[in-house]
Design a protein around this ligand. Structure first.
Ligand SMILES: [Fe+2]
Length: 253
């Protein structure tokens, strides 16, 4: 009876020599010309708005401090969380670009579906978050009126201490990347699909940058130290399908 040692031998041979992060996957080199691609389970859109748009939105935000959105949100902050008027003239540039990007994102996601449907993104809600040093936002997801939807975040003011702290500890070594400082950073979390895939992503906020992601994607914001407020604008988008529109019409008859 031959001794079966296949599994231990394979494991011994699979000596991981190198790991690299790419935009949409992790490549783990096993040995020369052989490696494993680990593809994350989430696609998100990212873009940058012009300084003119940032300035317009910040001029508008200066005057909106009624904390109207505070009772409906997960974060309990010392700053301000206010609903915004997407029809305000100073919001025009932001609204046009974020809506256009939401449509691009929707088109991209639909290309990956075998059973396509048409659902045009529409604004469901929009609010500002002005954080002070020490404020944080616990892990949460967003909700919209339709079954599926998008959430988004746009950074308009970021204390420089956040990127200084992150860059101090940043390492290109994947094994050490879990230990980078993440003060004031946004973090995305999702279910892991195998032992070799990643299940979270840290986003360092930069003025002008924005992200669009599925409403179900859990995320949090870490507290930071240092001077100055951290400002961002959030928009949720409904994705009503024809089926949902027809059903809602019938329910309202
Ligand atoms: Fe959020």
């Amino acid at each position: 009876m031959p001794e079966i040692k296949m599994l231990p031998t394979m494991l011994k041979d699979l000596k991981i020599q190198d790991t690299d992060h790419y935009y949409n996957c992790v490549f783990t080199k096993v040995h020369d010309n052989v490696g494993i691609y680990s593809i994350p389970a989430v696609n998100a859109l990212t873009g940058t708005m012009s300084q003119d748009i940032v300035d317009d939105v910040n001029n508008y935000l200066e005057d909106v401090n009624d904390n109207s959105a505070n009772p409906t949100l997960a974060a309990n902050i010392s700053g301000d969380q206010s609903f915004l008027d997407i029809n305000h003239p100073l919001m025009k540039g932001y609204c046009e670009q974020i809506l256009k990007s939401a449509q691009v994102y929707q088109n991209f996601l639909n290309t990956n579906k075998t059973n396509n449907y048409i659902a045009i993104p529409t604004f469901q809600s929009c609010w500002s978050v002005k954080m002070n040093s020490g404020d944080y936002n616990p892990k949460h997801r967003h909700e919209v009126s339709s079954l599926e939807g998008f959430a988004s975040i746009f950074y308009t003011k970021v204390p420089e201490q956040i990127s200084i702290d992150f860059n101090k500890s940043y390492s290109s070594d994947y094994k050490k990347s879990s230990f980078t400082r993440k003060d004031g950073c946004l973090e995305f979390f999702w279910d892991n699909i195998s032992p070799s895939t990643i299940d979270s992503q840290t986003i360092v906020p930069n003025v002008g940058d924005y992200y669009i992601f599925p409403i179900w994607l859990l995320h949090s914001v870490n507290p930071y130290r240092g001077d100055g407020q951290r400002w961002s604008v959030q928009s949720n988008f409904d994705l009503f399908t024809d089926f949902e529109i027809q059903r809602n019409l019938k329910l309202n008859e």
